[in-house]
Design a protein around this ligand. Structure first.
Ligand SMILES: Nc1ncnc2c1ncn2[C@@H]1O[C@H](COP(=O)(O)OP(=O)(O)OP(=O)(O)O)[C@@H](O)[C@H]1O
Length: 236
């Protein structure tokens, strides 16, 4: 594969078999994500957005095809290596925030650094810096239940970026927010990703983030197609 891509997928598929029958949630998807590129994936409910993001992030294993992050193939990696790779190279923002309820904002953001065995003094500095960047320094000691939805998602973004990932994934990050909070979160993600030169894949319907994307993809019945070109990189 070319070393230019931050992430590359070839022929990936995911078949789910359940009482409801067989579903091709992801079907023969080829995808390249370039360095410092912000890509939006949009599609109706059940189209396969979450499935695709999980496969690209290595949170799920495809039933067909291969995925590389940088020059490392993640689809046949031993699980312990895959865990280390995810911790160091990937950030993930969830629609439902995914924060640990008993931990403060600071402690939630610190979790990825603890898992990476970053030393305590460096953790303190990086967490404080990250909370400042998302505008939450004043709320650092509050638990999720003491924060608004928009504030909780800002904690989620800080947690996803504190490990300085190569690729950020966000699955409908504003799906549970009112329009004002959604707008703040969308701008924040766009600004942070640009500032840090991170590549990002975001599933969203929000026109604000769609407008900020380098490329937009549509997904229907697990099939991905590019909506428009004109970003900084041509599709190969
Ligand atoms: N664990 C599973 N077992 C069986 N079917 C599944 C499973 N996960 C997803 N599916 C099916 O795969 C298809 C794609 O689901 P997915 O969650 O990826 O869609 P989505 O586009 O993210 O939807 P939404 O916008 O509602 O979150 C759906 O038909 C869904 O029912």
């Amino acid at each position: 594969m070319s070393s230019a891509a931050a992430l590359r997928a070839r022929g990936i598929g995911r078949v789910f078999t359940s009482a409801g029958g067989v579903v091709h949630a992801c079907n023969a998807v080829d995808f390249d994500l370039f360095p410092a590129e912000l890509v939006v994936v949009r599609g109706p409910s059940g189209a396969g957005k979450t499935t695709l993001l999980n496969l690209l992030a290595g949170l799920d294993t495809p039933t067909a095809g291969e995925v590389w992050i940088g020059d490392r193939k993640i689809t046949d990696m031993a699980e312990n290596m895959a865990v280390e790779m995810r911790r160091s190279l990937i950030g993930y923002v969830f629609q439902s925030f995914g924060l640990l309820p008993m931990l403060s904002a600071t402690e939630n953001v610190e979790v990825p650094l603890r898992l990476l065995r970053v030393n305590p003094s460096e953790r303190t500095v990086r967490v404080a810096e990250m909370l400042a960047r998302v505008g939450l320094s004043e709320h650092a000691e509050q638990r999720p239940a003491e924060l608004s939805g928009g504030q909780q998602q800002r904690v989620g973004i800080a947690r996803a970026l504190v490990n300085r990932p190569r690729v950020l994934f966000a699955d409908e990050p504003t799906g549970q927010l009112d329009s004002a909070s959604a707008s703040t979160i969308m701008n924040l993600i766009g600004t942070l990703v640009r500032a840090d030169g991170i590549s990002a894949v975001i599933a969203t319907h929000d026109p604000l983030l769609v407008a900020r994307a380098d490329r937009v993809f549509d997904i229907h019945d697990g099939r991905l197609s590019e909506h428009r070109r004109g970003g900084r990189h041509a599709v190969q």
